[in-house]
Design a protein around this ligand. Structure first.
Ligand code: 5AD
Ligand code: SF4
Length: 454
């Protein structure tokens, strides 16, 4: 089959879950654009549909099946016209439950895991003759075989620098679905960043499941950590902003902490802690205590006094007593976060915690979650309000819902809404913050000079 057979094939990708999945979806679109597929916003009449799935918490598989059920008539309508719609399930649900999906959804053509995306062209050819399952962890890393160009990244771009996780927190499926830690070589990362910046990118987020465990081969032959990599990336002149996510407290080394003094590294850090109770942290196999976390926060604040923090919390982990939960509340009060994600524990098949005693009743877990979220919301709102009256540089990367509205990000990752000239899109502007809400800020342009300069 020649790839030019049909140059206008439509590709619809739906993405769930983390930023790594969002990134992977872009990369799949890149690979498939070389095969004549153009990304579209709706699955109707698509030639290929990919569901890029997430397995981190419960109901993931159910959601995939209900989406598949909704897509099925579209596939049948396409077939009635004598055409084909390739239906694929990718991502972590595919990795964990590949065979089960094929069994329960006979109309699914392809199931493949996160480490196989570079094999997509071959898999598509194979799928014309048989159903494809690919949940391998190939020896050849997908990083080395994915196309270099990003067709779908804008002023704010993601660069994957590390993948997989060797931490084996007892609640988490990632080490099983994404495999063991792998870091890309420094030069490849820097080259990719330079290319993005040449194409107009102003902000780069370095991405990894366990990004600060990065230990890539440096151009000097030594192993480089994330701190040194950031220093190198910051040398790219027209690059204005650097971020990285997601980190583990245990890998927050001195070099990385000190690097937070660098102005280009944005003063916002997502550092999941999961719990404030040492007993629970141990049962989670986090290998750090709550005071260890407090120390890291203090050191980071010394390096960068305006650093704002976010974190992830799990409530209702097996064995969590009232006191354990109070310890979590206390940690949140002590640190004072700018924002946080919090979840009820969800047993994941195959993980060690799924076999633990001391299950917490759902009603208690829900009450704890509600209390924690009320505290977090309060902190988030007062953080947002604390920026009222300040002038912050805001990177505008999207249009708002209302006519004439632009939306951007402050250095602290807050969404900032302004009424402004569309020419300000894809630029960084000084914005005076006028109002602060639970999840966003509004502001106005400080002077008109910046508009005139464009
Ligand atoms: N149950 C609830 N939350 C979980 N997370 C990961 N696994 C689980 C689970 N089994 C949360 C953690 C992690 C975030 C991405 O998802 O807080 O940091
Ligand atoms: Fe999962 Fe823990 Fe690895 Fe994070 S560090 S991906 S929570 S196992």
């Amino acid at each position: 089959m020649t790839q030019s057979a049909n140059k206008n094939k439509k590709l619809y990708i739906k993405t769930w879950g983390c930023q790594m999945n969002v990134y992977d979806s872009h990369r799949m679109a890149d690979i498939l654009s070389a095969q004549g597929y153009k990304a579209v916003d709706s699955p109707e009449d698509a030639d290929m549909v990919i569901l890029n799935t997430c397995h981190i918490r419960e109901k993931a598989t159910d959601k995939v099946f209900s989406d598949l059920g909704r897509l099925r008539p579209l596939k049948e309508a396409k077939e009635a016209k004598g055409e084909k719609m390739l239906m694929a399930v990718a991502g972590c649900v595919a990795q964990a439950e590949g065979e089960f999906i094929l069994e329960r959804a006979p109309y699914v053509d392809m199931v493949f895991g996160p480490q196989t995306y570079h094999e997509l062209p071959e898999m598509i050819i194979k799928a014309s003759g048989e159903r494809v399952v690919n949940t391998e962890f190939p020896a050849q890393s997908k990083f080395d075989s994915l196309p270099e160009e990003h067709t779908s990244q804008g002023v704010s771009a993601f660069v994957s620098i590390q993948e997989g996780c060797d931490k084996f927190c007892t609640f988490c499926v990632v080490p099983y679905t994404r495999g063991s830690e792998y870091s890309r070589p420094v030069q490849k990362i820097v080259d990719e960043c330079k290319k993005l910046v040449d194409n107009g990118t102003l902000e780069i987020t370095l991405l990894g499941q366990n990004v600060n465990a990065f230990h890539g081969e440096g151009p000097d032959g030594n192993v480089w950590g994330l701190g040194k990599l950031i220093e190198e990336v910051a040398k790219i002149e027209s690059l204005a902003r650097i971020r990285y996510t997601t980190s583990h407290p245990r890998d927050m080394d001195e070099a990385l902490i000190e690097m937070h003094a660098l102005p280009k590294l944005m003063p916002f850090l997502h550092l999941p802690v999961q719990s404030g109770s040492d007993k629970i942290l141990e049962a989670m196999n986090r290998k750090h205590t709550s005071n260890h976390f407090r120390d890291i926060i203090e050191k980071l604040r010394k390096a960068r006094p305006d650093l704002a923090f976010s974190s992830d919390f799990i409530v209702g982990f097996p064995g969590e007593s009232d006191q354990d939960f109070e310890d979590t509340m206390q940690l949140v009060r002590d640190v004072n976060f700018a924002s946080c994600y919090s979840f009820k524990y969800s047993a994941r098949p195959g993980t060690p915690a799924a076999n633990m005693q001391g299950l917490i009743h759902d009603k208690i877990a829900s009450e704890r979650l509600a209390r924690l979220q009320a505290l977090i919301n309060e902190q988030q709102r007062s953080f947002n309000e604390s920026t009222i009256g300040q002038t912050l540089p805001v990177l505008f990367d999207r249009k708002g819902k209302r006519e004439g509205q632009l939306v951007g990000r402050s250095p602290f990752n807050q969404s900032v809404y302004i009424e402004g000239n569309p020419r300000l899109m894809n630029t960084i502007q000084d914005i005076k913050i006028t109002e602060g809400f639970d999840n966003s800020l509004t502001g106005e342009i400080v002077t008109n000079e910046s508009i005139l300069r464009i």
